[in-house]
Design a protein around this ligand. Structure first.
Ligand code: BGC
Length: 760
């Protein structure tokens, strides 16, 4: 855990330069706008430790699978989020010496991300080995108002240097992914247009042939006055730059305003990408920085007005929750149902593809309550559109009759994960997809979704589960062998309670929805079941599995068993581990981890969180008390679920600890892996820990239910949610009763604690 980010309610601040943690900071200071994003790389370049990262939504590369032992069923490729062409470069030479913080004496350094305005600012004072001193203030944003635009204002003052400053203003498509199976570059050049005014490089991804045009233009000012200098053009394949040399005296300030436009064939026809980029660049480069910045700030103001959460009395928590909301909003804006939320968003390459079960299990509630029903529906439709591929995926593994197995990781519906214990065995992801349909309908009341789309998905999921179980004479029930539950620190286990439970629930829910649909939309349902070829004996078989599916438990302890063999393990609690052994995945052999009782993330408890109404409090308590002390929370998705359960069990101290852990996971680098990118999907869990945890938000029988509690260190907190065409503000203060205010929409009856209120 690191502690170098200053606590501030609206800003992320790094007060001094930490070269050793530069990659962590690059992740923390990432910017995006739903369409593109950049890590916090330095404009002037950096020869020290860095992970260069620029990303364009929907653009990926299918990197041919590389494994030691090929297993039938493996996908041919792993879809990689691509490090895309960069436009941010502003190289600087002071006579012959480069401005490069890795090689300079840094006297002063300050970097701040203002989350209120979505603006990244960095100032430093540094001196070269030859004694040339400069001061720099670089400010940049990724426009939320114009999704294909990014802008930089870079000011450099010479402190003591009289000579020539040479600027290299470039666009660079000659980039590499750190994560490349065959050490190849994934881009080829399509065209390169370089004039005295601008540079546009169009590059295409190998195999997938996405075309991306990266255009850049700039304006330069010397001591506030525009200067127009003839650039020297430097070009090579996939790269072009303008080199400009300016004579300066000590005290002079050069300002560069650099425009970056990214257009991709994900949104435009290939023939038009370059033209579109050109037109946009022409249109935008005449507009002053301030004007474009103001538009962007205004958009952020609107976002914050709709979904800010305030916490009084705890700057660390306040910063953490805003950091989460900020990143979620700049990763996915919900207009395009082809897009999704990658675990790293636009902040790193790790995890490859864009969609995991994280979307359904964690992100959906956040977007449903803050961005609204249509955005949540788009997230569901994403999976609906991928149903044929999920059926194909299951078929490859030997399943029949329209059974669907959704991929563990995907970009376009195809599986692209290739570790057998996860690809073939971590099948609980199918359960989260069914649960999301239920969660969406429960929250929005949009029952039509079921007959239009949801039921078709549910039928295919139920077919999968019914073929994945087998009858066991020994157990006298159906069992599910060889799975990996959410806890990836155990593989190939039998009867993972969570997976069995969510499978059984999916079958039950499918039959319920089927019965409801037959009653309410008979013709549509008949057409649907005929199309799916659903047979009466399938429904009977599902019912039989519901009644006879084996669920491991230990009646003596009153707990559900994570899997059949869990109690054979040496049971130890996390407090018996030495700090130097944590995180386990960076210190223990995998073999040791797999045999240990230590749990990566909520597993049985994930089920109790999803289905809390199925269990009484004492059962939840016993399971929490048993499993939480063995949980190392080495998945970012873990602390939030524990925070929510701890709140409902009245374990306020634990809930607060878990809240800080999820809210500050990246800010304090708890798991020592923020350098690879931020844990964006888990940030939705941070939001859930506050709203569902402390706020106690639930929906029961179509009614909104709230039960706010205020953790000790906080004076108050307040959040806003969208619920069935209403906007509600919930405020909870220490020592007084919480309030719910209707900010727009018709009066609504809700439950606050044990009281029914008519909010108007
Ligand atoms: C977790 C998975 C998660 C993935 C992406 C893994 O570390 O164990 O549950 O889906 O990260 O966030």
């Amino acid at each position: 855990m690191k502690n170098f980010i200053q606590h501030h309610p609206w800003k992320v601040i790094e007060e001094t330069f930490h070269p050793l943690w530069n990659r962590v900071s690059e992740s923390l200071f990432s910017l995006g706008n739903g369409n593109m994003g950049h890590r916090g790389n330095f404009e002037e370049g950096y020869s020290g430790e860095t992970l260069q990262g620029h990303y364009v939504a929907g653009v990926y590369y299918p990197d041919k699978t590389r494994v030691g032992w090929w297993k039938i069923g493996y996908p041919e490729y792993f879809a990689k989020v691509l490090n895309a062409p960069a436009w941010i470069g502003i190289g600087i030479e002071l006579d012959e010496e480069p401005v490069d913080l890795a090689r300079m004496k840094v006297e002063r350094f300050w970097r701040e991300l203002d989350m209120r305005t979505g603006t990244l600012t960095r100032t430093f004072a540094a001196t070269t080995a030859g004694g040339k001193a400069v001061e720099v203030t670089a400010c940049r944003f990724c426009s939320m108002a114009r999704k294909e635009l990014g802008l930089i204002r870079y000011r450099l003052t010479s402190k003591n240097f009289n000579g020539r400053i040479t600027l290299t203003l470039d666009a660079d498509a000659d980039v590499k992914n750190q994560d490349a199976n065959y050490d190849e570059k994934f881009w080829r050049e399509v065209s390169r247009k370089v004039t005295d005014q601008y540079i546009i490089i169009t590059a295409a991804t190998l195999k997938t042939d996405f075309h991306v045009s990266t255009g850049t233009a700039y304006r330069i000012f010397l001591n506030g006055k525009p200067v127009s200098l003839q650039p020297e053009i430097a070009e090579r394949e996939k790269y072009a730059a303008h080199r400009i040399s300016i004579a300066v005296q000590a005290g002079d300030t050069i300002e560069i305003v650099k425009y970056g436009v990214i257009a991709s064939s994900f949104n435009h026809s290939k023939q038009n990408v370059e033209l579109h980029c050109h037109r946009l660049l022409d249109e935008l480069r005449g507009i002053p920085f301030e004007q474009l910045h103001n538009e962007h700030i205004q958009r952020w103001e609107e976002i914050w007005r709709d979904c800010d959460i305030t916490i009084e009395g705890d700057a660390a928590a306040q910063q953490g929750i805003r950091f989460a909301i900020f990143h979620l909003m700049q990763t996915y804006t919900g207009e395009d149902e082809r897009l999704n939320i990658g675990p790293k968003g636009f902040t790193g390459e790790k995890y490859g593809g864009s969609t995991y079960w994280d979307t359904e299990a964690y992100c959906l509630p956040f977007y449903m309550s803050t961005a609204g029903q249509h955005v949540a529906r788009n997230l569901l439709l994403y999976r609906y559109r991928h149903l044929p591929k999920a059926i194909e995926n299951a078929r490859k593994l030997g399943f029949e009759n329209g059974a669907a197995l959704y991929p563990m990781v995907t970009m376009n519906g195809e599986e692209c994960h290739n570790e057998w214990e996860i690809t073939f065995e971590e099948i609980h992801r199918n359960g989260a997809i069914a649960y999301a349909i239920y969660d969406y309908v429960r929250y929005t009341g949009d029952e039509e979704y079921l007959t239009d789309y949801g039921l078709e998905v549910l039928l295919a999921l139920s077919r999968f589960w019914s073929q994945r179980v087998n009858w066991s004479d020994a157990k006298g029930g159906y069992v599910m062998l060889g799975v990996t539950g959410p806890n990836e620190y155990e593989n190939n286990v039998n009867n993972n309670w969570y997976t069995n439970y969510i499978a059984r629930w999916t079958l039950t829910y499918t039959l319920e929805v089927l019965a409801w649909a037959r009653k309410h939309a008979g013709d549509k349902t008949r057409a649907l079941t005929e199309k799916a070829g659903l047979r009466a004996d399938e429904e009977k078989c599902w019912q039989d599995i519901i009644e006879k599916l084996y669920l491991p438990e230990d009646p003596t302890r009153g707990i559900f068993l994570q899997q059949d063999g869990f109690l054979d393990k040496e049971l130890r609690t996390v407090d018996s581990l030495k700090p130097a052994e944590r995180p386990l995945n960076q210190h223990w052999s995998w073999d040791r981890i797999l045999r240990s009782c230590f749990i990566k993330q909520a597993d049985v408890l994930q089920g109790l969180y999803f289905f809390e109404d199925h269990f009484d409090r004492e059962v939840i308590r016993k399971n929490f008390d048993f499993y939480e002390p063995m949980t190392v929370h080495e998945s970012s998705l873990s602390p939030c679920v524990h925070a929510i359960l701890a709140c409902s069990l009245g374990y306020l101290h634990k809930a607060y600890e878990m809240f800080l852990r999820t809210a500050r996971l990246d800010l304090d680098d708890y798991n020592n892996d923020t350098e690879d990118g931020l844990h964006v999907t888990s940030m939705a869990g941070t939001w859930m820990s506050l709203v569902k945890g402390f706020g106690g938000m639930r929906v029961k029988d179509g009614r909104l239910y709230l039960n706010p509690i205020v953790p000790g260190p906080w004076q108050s907190y307040s959040f806003r949610i969208l619920f069935r065409n209403r906007v509600l503000r919930i405020t909870a203060k220490q020592g007084t009763e919480a309030t719910v205010k209707l900010e727009s929409g018709n009066p609504i009856e809700i439950q606050l604690g044990d009281k029914i209120l008519n909010v108007q």
